[in-house]
Design a protein around this ligand. Structure first.
Ligand SMILES: Nc1ncnc2c1ncn2[C@@H]1O[C@H](COP(=O)(O)OP(=O)(O)OP(=O)(O)O)[C@@H](O)[C@H]1O
Ligand SMILES: O=C(O)C[C@@H](O)[C@H](O)C(=O)CO
Length: 331
């Protein structure tokens, strides 16, 4: 395919927007949460995790978001500082809204779940005035995540960010990141996801996430190619459909279908796969790799992260990913 064009000479590689949250990952694994007694705190939230992944890979990353004016908010900004993510566009929210919390349960390597506490979540207080046109114009790419569309005023803020990105030729990555409990109805969800996807250059989602997006107008479709082709009539150049440990497929506007590498491992837990995959994949595309190579970096990163305890802290460096892939037993 013709490679995506990223504007040269911009200060930042990528600006992410959306939730900055906390993961509280169970310390005791392979037992139900009813019986666990301890949780370890990490930075969480899908776009936050992807930002950390990219920063660990050496990218210059910034974040547009809101954090609570409390200990969790400060933990998040301190962690981003340590990782090298630019915090100049993170607003400290004084409304009393709370940091979103994700308590994770690891019942077995295959049976994991997340119990979310997102009542009055501070990340959804992001508003249009928090979105700086200049900041988006200073980055080669923008990452949006679907959960930020779940409520106003964050929803409008995302659409304003998309407008600025299109105006300034900032390439838009859309991580579908569908978390049902944040939404009121499937109809609302599907409509807003579709409106946002129209404006994006690269769309990354799981088969189940695309099923949700197709719930109204393409109900029953299970064909990834049909899913992808819809978006090429808008702005999309690449659509990635993920299938868990079975791997992923990328479709390009030029008509290619690329089967992504996958490095099956026995995970410690299933979550974190999508965010690490996105980080590696975006890194690859932004560093001149072709789609297949970028997918391989994403899959290698995901295989490392699912074998680790966290989603953010465990994000690997490029050397670690390359070493993992080189040492992975040949099938
Ligand atoms: N058990 C596994 N072993 C190795 N790689 C895996 C495994 N599970 C997932 N992956 C890799 O991670 C990629 C993304 O996984 P998946 O489709 O589960 O995303 P997701 O549902 O967005 O993840 P998450 O559970 O973090 O929300 C897969 O395409 C695959 O490359
Ligand atoms: O995205 C979230 O809010 C939770 C994540 O931080 C968590 O680590 C996860 O689900 C990653 O897939």
């Amino acid at each position: 395919m013709n490679k995506l064009v990223f504007q040269e000479g911009r200060e930042l590689d990528l600006v992410a927007t959306g939730r900055l949250a906390i993961d509280l990952n169970t310390v005791e694994v392979n037992i139900p949460m009813e019986e666990t007694t301890a949780f370890k705190k990490y930075l969480g939230g899908s776009p936050a995790n992807i930002s950390v992944a990219l920063a660990k890979l050496g990218m210059k990353v910034g974040f547009i978001g809101r954090v609570a004016d409390d200990q969790f908010g400060r933990f998040i900004t301190n962690y981003l500082k340590k990782t090298g993510v630019d915090r100049s566009n993170i607003v400290v929210d004084k409304s009393g809204a709370k940091t979103g919390l994700a308590f994770t349960e690891i019942k077995s390597p295959k049976d994991c779940s997340i119990l979310m506490y997102r009542e009055d979540a501070v990340d959804l207080r992001l508003n249009v005035h928090d979105i700086s046109e200049e900041y988006i114009a200073s980055a080669k790419a923008l990452l949006i995540s679907g959960t930020a569309l779940a409520a106003s005023p964050s929803r409008e803020a995302v659409f304003v960010a998309l407008e600025y990105a299109r105006k300034h030729g900032t390439v838009v990555f859309f991580d579908v990141d569908y978390r049902p409990y944040t939404w009121h109805s499937v109809e609302e969800t599907s409509v807003y996801y579709n409106l946002a996807a129209e404006k994006c250059d690269v769309i990354i989602g799981t088969r189940e996430e695309f099923d949700m997006m197709e719930m109204i107008t393409m109900k029953g479709n299970t064909d990834d190619g049909v899913t992808a082709r819809k978006w090429f009539d808008f702005n999309a150049r690449i659509v990635v459909v993920k299938h868990g440990k079975e791997g992923s497929y990328a479709y390009t506007k030029e008509g290619e279908k690329i089967t992504g590498a996958v490095f099956p491992v026995t995970p410690v837990k299933t979550f974190g796969a999508g965010d690490s995959y996105a980080g590696g994949f975006i890194y690859g595309l932004m560093n001149g790799m072709d789609v297949a190579e970028a997918m391989e970096i994403g899959a290698g990163s995901a295989a490392i992260v699912v074998q680790s305890h966290s989603s953010s802290e465990a994000m690997p460096t490029l050397e670690q990913i390359r070493e993992f892939i080189a040492n992975y037993p040949k099938q």
